[in-house]
Design a protein around this ligand. Structure first.
Ligand code: BGC
Length: 739
């Protein structure tokens, strides 16, 4: 049947939608008009405009036309008055060269959405944290996450997305763990590669940061990380390598720290030998903000662009080139890398068009991502899912659970829509209130609330309800590390009291990384929701009430206690004043962070040291059950692992089936490593044969003497299962290195 809609009502609906979008996106018209004045003139034509030529050729043709001053202007940020007027208010701005059609670079942060855009009065979608995305182990979901980020970056007028870190979680207290994608290089590399590809497919330049081994915030500007070459290659660098190769990301950001005695932004090993030569990286290297420390050593090391200003790469670099201390060819290489990337990713040929961000699409992607990344850690006696049609009363307990969900702070902070959901609170709360969402799901039940500040009162409220759901949080952010892994604000005691008052106690965690759970044995269910973004509570409710069957798995080990981790005392901690949280201080005396756990990062540490974690890497429950059978492992170019998996429970669900390898003893790695995984959706009763192909590099070790990866000949134990500590299938396969 056809709807009879008059043209005027179509127009009316369109106008309503437009007004709604403008209101929702908070796009002030004045700002939009101002922005249109920044639109570049139509690009001047020249031989470099020929799109049939390669990006490299076109970049070279442009360089032939450029003056020394123009080249220098492209290799550093500009914070001057003129640029401030043209900048869209993102983290960085670099004026282009209008006479040649070279566009301005407008850079915005964002690992979980276009960050801090609120200061310009505009709206961007708050996605879940990068760590939540990683917990989905879902490459398509990660692509969609990156694509949404890239689309909004572009819609808001930016053309460089400073999104995505490949730093490994080796320090559970690191304040920036929520920006990371876990503790395993393969998981990080694949998931981040997919995300960055999604971003760049939207016609913006992506970025991978902060290269490398920038794994804690305490003293980040002055700390010297000590790590041996093999360990570095097989852990943090491997994560970067995989992500860069999977995505052909356009920019790499070097980090604040020293690495084995050299600032990362002036380290020839990192920048030239590894990144540009060994990995054949074609993009450019920019500094973290203020992480450039020299002109000539940096230029000679292979460093390309200083951000956010030109202390070393402005007049200093110009003089060094004129004197011959930095060869013109090196400067041309910096500029070439920038221009070829702009051309290859389409930002040279197509000026950005400002569009309002579509908050509805954003919310859908954010919710789906949150649902896929939540990890069900405990579910005693099938406590979850709750049956919304029979439940009579629920107590919602927890600070701000009536207002919103928490996010991580710093350069990845997405401005909460319509202001902080907890006005005046120092942390960013997104307006997705658990209480409101759960009340809407249970119109006939009694839903009570207690903020948890008075533990005895909260326990009373919990005791009066059929079920108690406790929302707890741990704020983390850039610029500081947490002092310990306990939940702050007396929340451990709150949970213990609620669990004592009500045998049906469900804990929902909103946190940036691993936390300890002294109450884990006492509660019925634990749901790890991370920082879940703008639709966090809707996603939590969908899992709690069973509309979504959880499938996320931990991308990071949760230890039982800080004492079980490689470094019970954080490097540099002795310089941090008591009661002070923000400790990025440059004033500390330089200190070493000695990562002598080497290769034993995350789950490898716990296996090698025979320590049982609270929840292992790769772990996560489902509302259904899976059975594994029939493993075969066939060597070839790498390895092919085949096995069968069946859904043996009552519901459809998806299993993240993981493949681990124990290398021959001569490899010197007496602990397993992840070599592949597959997300397998299965309806009730269904079974599937799964094949995982393993790249030879993922089975290899880094041979420092040969300075290359080496596949060791010998017997490999291959294990398959649902977590690093639950691998019901295993087989041994002989692999011969024919080289
Ligand atoms: C952070 C980077 C960020 C930059 C620009 C730095 O403090 O470490 O991740 O991209 O600021 O905001």
């Amino acid at each position: 049947m056809q709807d009879s809609i008059s043209p005027s009502s179509v127009l009316h609906r369109f106008m309503n939608l437009l007004v709604a979008l403008i209101l929702l996106t908070g796009l002030p018209l004045a700002r939009a008009q101002e922005w249109t004045r920044h639109q570049p003139e139509p690009a001047p034509k020249g031989p470099w405009s020929d799109k049939s030529l390669s990006p490299d050729k076109r970049a070279d043709l442009l360089i032939q036309q450029m003056t020394l001053e123009e080249k220098i202007s492209l290799v550093h940020g500009d914070v001057g008055e003129q640029s401030a007027k043209k900048s869209l208010g993102g983290a960085g701005y670099i004026p282009g060269v209008p006479r040649l059609g070279i566009p301005d670079l407008q850079m915005s942060d964002g690992r979980s959405g276009v960050a801090n855009i609120g200061r310009t009065g505009r709206y961007a979608t708050a996605l879940p944290s990068a760590l939540a995305n990683a917990a989905s182990w879902d490459l398509q979901a990660s692509y969609d996450f990156g694509a949404l980020l890239g689309k909004e970056i572009r819609d808001l007028g930016f053309n460089v997305s400073l999104g995505g870190t490949a730093n490994i979680i080796r320090e559970p207290r690191n304040g920036r763990n929520f920006e990371c994608l876990g503790e395993d290089p393969l998981l990080i590399g694949k998931m981040l590669g997919s995300e960055l590809k999604g971003t760049q497919d939207q016609g913006v330049i992506g970025n991978i940061n902060r290269y490398a081994v920038n794994d804690q915030e305490t003293g980040r500007q002055i700390m010297n990380v000590i790590i041996d070459k093999r360990a570095m290659q097989e852990t943090d660098l491997l994560a970067f390598e995989i992500a860069i190769k999977e995505s052909s990301v356009g920019t790499v950001m070097c980090a604040y720290n020293h690495l084995n005695g050299t600032f990362t932004c002036e380290d020839p090993y990192l920048l030239t030998d590894v990144l540009k030569k060994s990995w054949n990286y074609q993009g450019w290297v920019m500094s973290d903000w203020g992480a450039t420390h020299s002109t000539v050593p940096s230029a000679r090391a292979g460093f390309d662009q200083e951000m956010p200003d030109g202390k070393f790469y402005g007049d200093g670099l110009k003089a060094a080139v004129e004197k011959g201390d930095v060869p013109v060819a090196r400067l041309n290489d910096m500029v070439h890398r920038i221009l070829r990337t702009e051309i290859a990713l389409g930002i040279f040929d197509q000026a950005p068009v400002l569009r309002p961000v579509n908050p509805f699409t954003g919310a859908e992607v954010a919710q789906r991502s949150a649902e896929l990344g939540m990890v069900l850690l405990k579910n005693a006696n099938g406590q979850l899912p709750l049956n919304a049609s029979t439940i009579k009363s629920v107590a919602i307990i927890g600070e701000h659970a009536d207002a919103g969900v928490l996010s991580g702070s710093g350069s990845d902070q997405v401005t909460p829509a319509e202001g902080n959901a907890v006005p005046g609170n120092p942390y960013g709360w997104h307006p997705s209130a658990p209480l409101k969402v759960i009340r809407a799901r249970l119109p006939k039940a009694q839903v009570t609330f207690d903020g948890g500040g008075d533990i005895a009162r909260a326990a009373k409220v919990a005791a009066a309800a059929e079920v108690a759901i406790v929302f707890v949080h741990q704020h983390t952010g850039e610029g500081f590390d947490v002092r310990n892994l306990s939940l702050p604000h007396n929340q451990d005691n709150l949970i213990a009291a609620v669990a004592a008052a009500n045998p049906h106690c469900i804990v929902v965690l909103e946190n940036g990384g691993p936390v300890t759970m002294p109450w884990a044995d006492k509660v019925s269910a634990i749901l790890e929701a991370w920082y879940p973004g703008i639709r966090g509570s809707e996603a939590i409710a969908n899992i709690v009430f069973g509309d979504v069957n959880p499938s996320g798995k931990l991308p990071v080990t949760f230890p039982k206690a800080l004492e079980d981790t490689p470094h019970p005392t954080l490097a540099g901690l002795k310089y941090v004043p008591e009661n002070e949280l923000h400790y990025v201080h440059k004033e500390f005396p330089p200190f070493d962070a000695n990562y002598d756990e080497g290769l034993k990062v995350g789950y490898k540490w716990y296996e090698a040291e025979s320590k049982t974690p609270l929840f292992p890497f790769g772990f996560g429950l489902s509302y259904t059950t899976f059975a594994y059978s029939s493993i075969t492992a066939t060597p070839g170019k790498g390895l092919t692992v085949t096995f069968q998996i069946a859904n043996t429970g009552e519901r459809s669900g998806a299993e993240i089936a993981q493949v681990y390898a124990l290398l021959p003893a001569s490899a010197g790695e007496p602990f397993e490593r992840l070599i592949g995984w597959e997300k397998v959706p299965l309806t009730r009763g269904e079974s599937k044969i799964v094949t995982v192909s393993v790249d030879p590099q993922y089975l290899s070790i880094f041979n420092v003497e040969k300075n290359s990866w080496e596949l060791i000949s010998g017997d490999y134990k291959i294990s398959v299962g649902g977590s690093s500590q639950s691998t019901p299938l295993s087989t041994t396969v002989h692999i011969a290195n024919s080289n």
